[in-house]
Design a protein around this ligand. Structure first.
Ligand SMILES: *[C@@H]1O[C@H](CO)[C@@H](O)[C@H](O)[C@H]1NC(C)=O
Length: 180
């Protein structure tokens, strides 16, 4: 899950730094692999065979479903355009809507949306599934899905400074901001 996120940020950083950075162009900037690479700013675009047009990379929505983004995928030795849920989110099989991971999302009360790890390591969909949080040793603890550990309630736990871990309206652990 980490590597694609990293790769994305490396290229975005390269964009923002512009000519300052001496970086190799991304694989989809190669005309033999991506017909759009010949267009101005074409290396920021991916070819969508269904309509023969070029679309900006990592943009949400058309030609992808609303919550998905156009991403470079590998197919054979080539770079192809794929619609994927953005990092940190996933879709249920046979649906196109992306939901944030480790929150309730599309799940029943008390369940959270967990990544199906195998699907994150392959091309194509990033899939999620609904799972019940694990039990912690006792009531003073609460399960934090993102790292699979139990933390004491009403402490900072895995939260950012200034927030404390509490039980949210959905019964799952939530970092809440305390107001005194
Ligand atoms: C989690 O905490 C935030 C910040 O205090 C709050 O806005 C949000 O409604 C809470 N979420 C749930 C599910 O309780």
């Amino acid at each position: 899950m980490c590597a694609p996120v990293m790769a994305k940020w490396v290229w975005l950083a390269a964009l923002l730094c512009g000519s300052q950075a001496a970086v190799l162009p991304p694989p989809w900037a190669d005309v033999r692999r991506n017909p759009c690479a010949a267009h101005p700013k074409g290396w920021l675009m991916l070819y969508w065979p269904a309509d023969g047009k070029c679309y900006t990379i990592y943009k949400k929505g058309h030609p992808c479903p609303d919550t998905q983004e156009l991403s470079p995928g590998r197919w054979g030795g080539r770079t192809v355009a794929e619609c994927k849920c953005p990092p940190g989110s996933a879709q249920l099989p046979h649906t196109t809507n992306c939901h944030k991971l480790f929150e309730r999302g599309p799940c029943r009360p008390g369940e959270y949306f967990a990544p199906v790890e195998e699907s994150f390591n392959m091309r194509g969909e990033r899939q999620g599934m609904c799972v019940r949080p694990q039990q912690c040793a006792d009531e003073t603890l609460i399960y934090w899905p993102a790292d699979g550990r139990c933390y004491y309630k009403m402490t900072q736990g895995p939260c950012y400074p200034g927030a404390i871990l509490d039980v949210g309206d959905d019964g799952l652990a939530n970092c809440t901001v305390c107001h005194f």
